[in-house]
Design a protein around this ligand. Structure first.
Ligand SMILES: Cc1cc2nc3c(=O)[nH]c(=O)nc-3n(C[C@H](O)[C@H](O)[C@H](O)COP(=O)(O)OP(=O)(O)OC[C@H]3O[C@@H](n4cnc5c(N)ncnc54)[C@H](O)[C@@H]3O)c2cc1C
Length: 509
């Protein structure tokens, strides 16, 4: 019988990132997918700034940025007229090294992840489906169906990265409460020309219709997302691109030469009732789905994968108790619920029916939007939210203390200062300690004894501005979140942190 540490079911972005992280940490994985090959359609386009920050740990960030397309501005068109343009160059400045909107279609993204995974000697096992599993307490026995028949695979854990219709979710008896919006949307990847094909984002609205035009990296290519109105919405899967309303498309003066992909879909908003049962976990769309407003879906699945990976690796290495794995659900379910609630509010507002809603969309928004976005605080808020850098785990049992404005559970603030960028140290996947100022002698000795890198940054005004406290200790988890913030800067606080949780600081692989 084949044996592996972690059986990953599903080779979408969530499963692939989980496989990459675990492989980097030396954990053995099998990653299976029931399809013949990777997806060939663009689906999720935006790679959030925080995903790029996390991708530094996998040495992926530069490749994604190089192959992606940076969107310079967003434009609003109302009834065929361009009414507002919001440039993105000032958005998120100083908050992240990736303060821009990066578009990298999901099909190309998955190919890159597969290529990197191959470098670890791991290949996706295609046409292989999980058809059953039993959690025996000490191990999982999974039944896989492939081209050569059924086989049993023994694994320490199973990760259900198997998408919205997750088999693993059903098997662990988790509910998927939420709902489905009544509107029908279409998505089309097109080759086209016209003013709206200038590499910027364009949103067009008229009385009833809505159209978003996302630029793709290749010139003359774009992704259209629009609404399907009236009785045409009843036709569902039978609908063709030629059937959808041309009003907004013509209004944006888009001349379509070729349609490479067309699909219609209903948008759901659901979060699973549990992310874990025993040795089985849910990751990505298997655990949460919501409207594509803000491009959060794929990024949230990748965030789940990173959160779970280091915990699985620690427990498998005997460096953490089983309870560490419970923190995965605590940390990620809270975020998923907030996200679904927020995207639901925005979606409902954007799609509201009635004359008042139409007046707000077509008359008020064009005037108010550029003024609001011109305010730095508003821009920062929007960037922090959409980029996921504001996501924190302050309520987690793994998060302790506060020093300055930085709390246990926060994403480490970015504070580049003369001679040193504190994010340069974040490419490792191990525990580390940051001190902004002077570390105490006891702290240096503790870090050496436990083989935890100590990164000391000479105190600068930029550190204070970013919210750090001078000489405090910031213990970073392997996923770079702040675990402990201790203003006293003592080694005893580190001992207490690890001791109380039964954790051992594992060294970098
Ligand atoms: C038309 C469309 C447009 C989208 N647009 C956006 C967007 O603009 N922005 C955004 O953020 N997101 C968007 N999404 C959503 C985005 O594609 C998903 O959030 C993302 O793919 C989720 O990744 P995942 O790895 O969790 O799941 P998936 O990508 O769904 O991968 C799950 C994998 O599991 C496999 N699988 C399922 N069951 C089994 C089994 N029993 N055994 C073996 N394999 C199995 C499937 O074959 C699949 O490959 C869009 C999706 C669609 C369909």
């Amino acid at each position: 019988m084949a044996r592996t540490d972690v059986l990953i079911v599903g080779a979408g972005p969530s499963g692939l990132v989980l496989a990459l992280w675990l492989s980097k940490l030396g954990v053995s994985v099998r990653i299976i997918d029931k399809t013949e090959g990777p997806g060939t359609t663009s689906r999720a386009l935006v790679v959030a700034a925080h995903t790029l920050e996390l991708y530094r740990q996998l040495d992926l960030a530069d490749a994604v940025v190089a192959r992606g397309h940076e969107v310079p501005a967003a434009n609003l068109w109302v009834k065929g007229e361009p009414v507002a343009r919001v440039p993105f160059e000032a958005i998120g400045r100083g908050l992240s090294p990736y303060a821009f909107i990066d578009i990298f279609p999901q099909d190309e993204h998955e190919l890159l992840l597969i290529e990197r995974l191959r470098a670890f000697g791991v290949a996706v096992e295609r046409r292989t489906e999980l058809v059953g599993f039993a959690d025996e307490g000490g191990r999982v026995l999974a039944r896989l169906r492939g081209e050569r028949g059924d086989e049993t695979c023994e694994a320490a854990y199973v990760a259900g990265c198997d998408g919205a219709r997750s088999f693993v979710r059903e098997a662990i008896g988790a509910d998927f409460p939420g709902g489905t919006y009544r509107q029908l949307f279409y998505v089309a990847d097109v080759e086209a020309s016209g003013a709206a094909l200038n590499g910027e984002l364009h949103v067009g609205i008229d009385s009833a219709d809505f159209l978003a035009v996302f630029p793709l990296a290749k010139a003359g290519r774009a992704r259209l997302i629009g609404t399907v109105q009236d009785e045409r919405a009843e036709r569902g899967a039978a609908l063709r691109f030629d059937d959808v309303s041309r009003d907004v498309i013509d209004g944006l003066k888009i001349d379509i030469e070729k349609v490479n992909w067309f699909s219609t879909y209903h948008v759901h908003h659901r979060v699973t009732s549990r992310f874990r049962r025993g040795r089985a976990f849910l990751v990505g769309d298997a655990a949460h789905i919501h409207s594509p407003v803000g491009g959060q879906g794929m990024n949230t699945g990748i965030g789940d994968a990173v959160n779970l990976a280091w915990k699985l690796a620690a427990v498998l290495a005997g460096a953490g108790p089983d309870a560490l794995l419970d923190s995965y659900e605590v940390e990620r379910i809270a975020f998923a619920r907030r996200l679904v609630a927020t995207t639901d509010r925005v979606f409902t507002f954007v799609n509201a029916d009635g004359r008042v809603a139409e007046f707000v969309r077509t008359r008020v928004a064009p005037i108010v939007l550029p003024k609001v976005v011109a305010v730095e605080q508003v821009r920062d808020f929007l960037f922090r939210t959409a980029s996921q850098i504001a996501l924190n785990y302050r309520e987690s049992p793994l998060s302790v203390g506060a020093a300055g404005q930085v709390h246990g559970g926060d994403r480490l603030p970015w504070a580049p200062a003369e001679g040193a960028d504190n994010f340069d140290t974040l490419s490792t996947t191990a525990w580390q300690v940051h001190v902004y100022g002077t570390p105490s002698g006891g702290l240096a000795a503790w870090c050496e004894r436990h083989r935890v890198p100590l990164r000391a940054f000479a105190w600068r005004a930029e550190h204070e501005a970013a919210g750090f406290a001078r000489d405090a200790v910031y213990l970073l988890r392997p996923d770079t979140y702040v675990a402990l913030a201790d203003a006293g800067g003592s080694a005893e606080a580190l001992d207490r942190y690890f001791g109380e949780r039964g954790l051992a600081p594992t060294a970098a692989p």
